[in-house]
Design a binder for this molecule. Structure first.
Ligand SMILES: Cc1cc2nc3c(=O)[nH]c(=O)nc-3n(C[C@H](O)[C@H](O)[C@H](O)COP(=O)(O)OP(=O)(O)OC[C@H]3O[C@@H](n4cnc5c(N)ncnc54)[C@H](O)[C@@H]3O)c2cc1C
Length: 376
């Protein structure tokens, strides 16, 4: 398999890197400290096309291939994985799901505004009682005339506090269904914003639906019982994307650690000279590159339409890359010694941010169950 990037992929990577360093980096500390997303970063992402990366060009988006989307996630994650999550929950979890599964009418109604960033999206699958066992979700959708009436609560939803549109999974009369729910539909409300240990620039919250009235035209795909298929297709892509963000954080942590080892002196020499430090750096780098290769290979399989292999690789890369990010960021803190534990260096944020990656989009244990399932 050939991992040479196309000229377009190289250019996109360069563009996202410049944008992240110029526009996002100066705001990272403030967003982390105050636990908020700075709206200006939404406005600045609009003309760059980042918000439409999961949408086909005929609906105003920039979707060419998923590897390009992943490279964007990696570069954003290298500077602020929380901002990457804001763009990703909108562009992938919501918009890309509509782009892959909706009817032509639904695509025309929703995608152009999502691609332009005029409306903002999120995706609500997880519930207080249904996380790893997502299919046991309790939100219901009953049919009443030309409407569905939704009842239930979603939690841990990225972008819930700032979204105009939520893609909601619910148990319908004929099985699991997905609905496009607008924030002004009667019975829809956003619960409390949740406070987190990391990814603090990404607003997370609850969605509450109490007899929420959704027109039947908003049943994704137009046929009941398609939710499971739509959910699993989305989760595979989400796992690759989550891996890319984790790789981005680990890359930042590795760069910070390497730089520090050449500046910090102990025993009359840079700590880089100590073999036990070199051992750490070598292991970090190899793990980072291994995670990259696994993830790029999986995304390439997905882009080539080799979905069976891609699904297995999605679970493998999610498991390895996300655990790797926790290990690499932890080592980066350790290499910084006491300074690593202080807020003045970014590595403590990387470590806090990385911790969510083996949890969200299916925990490491769930990825192992999926891998074992494919081994049957
Ligand atoms: C910051 C953040 C953002 C998120 N964004 C979204 C979002 O936008 N939309 C959305 O729908 N969800 C979102 N989630 C939810 C996320 O997908 C879930 O948290 C995740 O799937 C785990 O579910 P849970 O938290 O209920 O944990 P649980 O399922 O309760 O798991 C608890 C522990 O038990 C383990 N466990 C569970 N089952 C098994 C098993 N069979 N074998 C072995 N171990 C097991 C788990 O691995 C875990 O360690 C987000 C979560 C976070 C933290």
């Amino acid at each position: 398999m050939d991992f040479k990037f196309t000229d377009e992929q190289k250019m996109l990577r360069e563009t996202v890197r410049k944008f992240s360093e110029k526009e996002i980096a100066p705001l990272v500390e403030e967003m982390d400290k105050e636990e908020k997303f700075i709206e200006d970063l939404w406005e600045k992402a609009k003309p760059m096309g980042f918000l439409g990366m999961g949408i086909q060009p005929e609906y105003g988006g920039m979707l060419t291939d998923y590897l390009s989307f992943g490279l964007m996630g990696e570069e954003l994650g290298r500077v602020d994985a929380g901002v990457a999550t804001v763009y990703g929950a909108h562009g992938l979890l919501c918009a890309n799901n509509i782009a892959r599964n909706a009817t032509e009418d639904q695509k025309k109604r929703y995608l152009p505004a999502l691609a332009a960033g005029e409306t903002r999206g999120c995706m609500g699958l997880t519930e207080p009682g249904a996380g790893s066992d997502a299919v046991s979700l309790k939100t219901t959708a009953r049919k009443e005339g030309s409407e569905y009436i939704l009842n239930g609560t979603k939690t841990f939803i990225s972008n819930a506090p700032i979204a105009d549109i939520a893609l909601i999974y619910a148990q319908g009369p004929e099985g699991l269904c997905t609905f496009i729910v607008e924030k002004n539909f009667p019975g829809y409300s956003v619960g409390k914003k949740l406070s987190k240990m990391g990814l603090r620039s990404s607003p997370t919250g609850e969605i509450i639906m109490e007899d929420c009235r959704v027109p039947e035209e908003n049943l994704v795909g137009g046929v009941e019982g398609q939710g499971l298929k739509q959910m699993f297709g989305g989760l595979d892509v989400e796992r690759f994307m989550w891996s890319c963000l984790a790789i981005g954080i680990a890359q930042a942590a590795f760069e910070a650690a390497l730089k520090y080892t050449k500046e910090r002196e102990q025993f009359g020499q840079p700590i880089f000279n100590f073999q036990m430090i070199q051992d750490k750096l070598a292991t970090m780098l190899v793990e980072l590159e291994a995670a990259r290769l696994l993830t790029y290979k999986g995304m390439t399989c997905w882009d080539e339409g080799n979905y069976q292999e891609a699904r297995m690789l999605a679970a493998q890369s999610k498991l390895y890359a996300c655990e790797m990010a926790v290990r690499v960021t932890g080592e980066a803190v350790h290499i910084h010694g006491g300074y690593g534990y202080m807020k003045e260096y970014p590595v403590e944020r990387y470590m806090r941010d990385a911790k969510v990656f083996p949890i969200g989009a299916g925990t490491s244990e769930v990825q192992k169950l999926i891998i074992a399932h494919y081994l049957r």
